[in-house]
Design a protein around this ligand. Structure first.
Ligand SMILES: [Mg+2]
Length: 180
């Protein structure tokens, strides 16, 4: 079995202006490539888990999402980082997409991580979900991976979740097993 880092995208890897449809508006936070490089070298799969309801809302086309992810991959390659997979949810409860409103893949629903666990034979006990919102913590808890929050402050109700200001700091903690 393999160990994995599940990664939220917006607000975790990149600044989040909301519904990014143009690759020119997509940039990584400083040091993200370096942090992911260290995790990848330590043997973790790197798997993106992202809600992209802009698709169902009609604000982003699939081609645009693909172009943004091509930019993401290109930026990560500067640090020789290669994502192992990208899983996204296009749905939203108020915006039917291909007839679906109540999906099981919009975080905090567990669908995307459950699919990745099956696809890659992942050991949840040695895996982490890193994100910036309560939905990221909840999907971690529902799939039995360890949640890590990126942000300047704790989220109410989740004060016991490990919180770091940057992805770099979170990566260092994982690699040093500071808390685990
Ligand atoms: Mg986020």
């Amino acid at each position: 079995m393999k160990k994995a880092i599940f990664l939220d995208r917006d607000g975790t890897l990149n600044p989040d202006p909301g519904y990014i449809s143009d690759p020119n508006n997509f940039e990584l936070f400083p040091d993200v490539g370096n942090a992911l490089s260290k995790l990848q070298k330590a043997g973790y799969l790197l798997i993106l888990i992202t809600n992209q309801s802009g698709i169902s809302r009609g604000l982003i086309t699939l081609n645009q999402l693909e172009a943004v992810h091509t930019k993401l991959k290109k930026l990560l390659l500067q640090d020789a980082v290669k994502l192992d997979a990208i899983y996204y949810c296009p749905h939203h409860p108020n915006h039917p997409y291909e007839g679906i409103t109540n999906c099981n893949c919009r975080k905090p629903e567990p669908g995307l991580i459950l699919k990745a666990i099956t696809d890659f034979d992942i050991d949840v006990a040695s895996s982490y979900m890193i994100g910036d919102r309560s939905s990221d913590i909840k999907i971690a808890q529902r799939t039995s991976v360890t949640p890590i929050l990126i942000g300047k402050s704790l989220i109410s109700g989740f004060e016991n979740v490990a919180t770091y200001e940057t992805l770099s700091a979170a990566a260092e903690a994982i690699l040093s097993k500071a808390r685990w």
